[in-house]
Design a protein around this ligand. Sequence first.
Ligand SMILES: [Fe+2]
Length: 244
Amino acid sequence: MDKYIEAFENYVASFDLEVSQLKRKKEHTYRVIKLCMEIAKSLQMNDHDVFLMKLIGLYHDIGRFDQFKQFSKFNDSETYDHASKGVIILNTLQILDDLEEKDLILKAIENHNQIKLEENLSPREKQFCEIIRDADKLDILNLVIEGKIKMNPYDEKYSEKAVQTILNGECIDLKEYPRKVDQSLVKIGLMNDIVFPFSKQYILKNNMIDELIEIYIKNNPKEKDTLEKIKKKVKERMNDTNVR
Ligand SMILES: [Fe+2]
């Protein structure tokens, strides 16, 4: 593992890590590795697969550093898809070239930020994709709850369609919602896409749904009733091990 961590450290050292956004991305990476490992272990993956999962965590956001350097923002729709960029970087650096399952790693990285997984993945590919997606979401949700990712205040109603999407257990696709107030529901929508029992228990154990909704209510008191309804529904789904 050491040589892969060294390759990551060398790559990111070519950027200005005094920039707080980049420093935070690096810290995010290491927390995501830890979460990946915990999920992998909860699934009783063997040592080799846990190792692959660590690599996916380590490199999943490698495209973020160039993105921020070039555009000073992390917005994929206004810049480029940072997951595809990551794959290009990894291929260029040839970091993974000696690994038999390089393609599996790249597949998981490529899919980690998509609203839906690509079709025709093998069950094995799908599992690796889902683990990095859960781990990434858990860390993002933690950052929102800790106030390190800021949520904007609003004084307007969410559209009926956006609320219904969340209540139906789906995610918010930013492209479908031009209004910022609807786009703000994307974070709570992430809860609907959580897959593994470990992740669900992590969210419930840490009271993350209540804490997240509390932030939403503080930022948009007008929508308190709607948000309470969303909270109830998201909790129901999180407690129901049969629902995906
Ligand atoms: Fe990412």
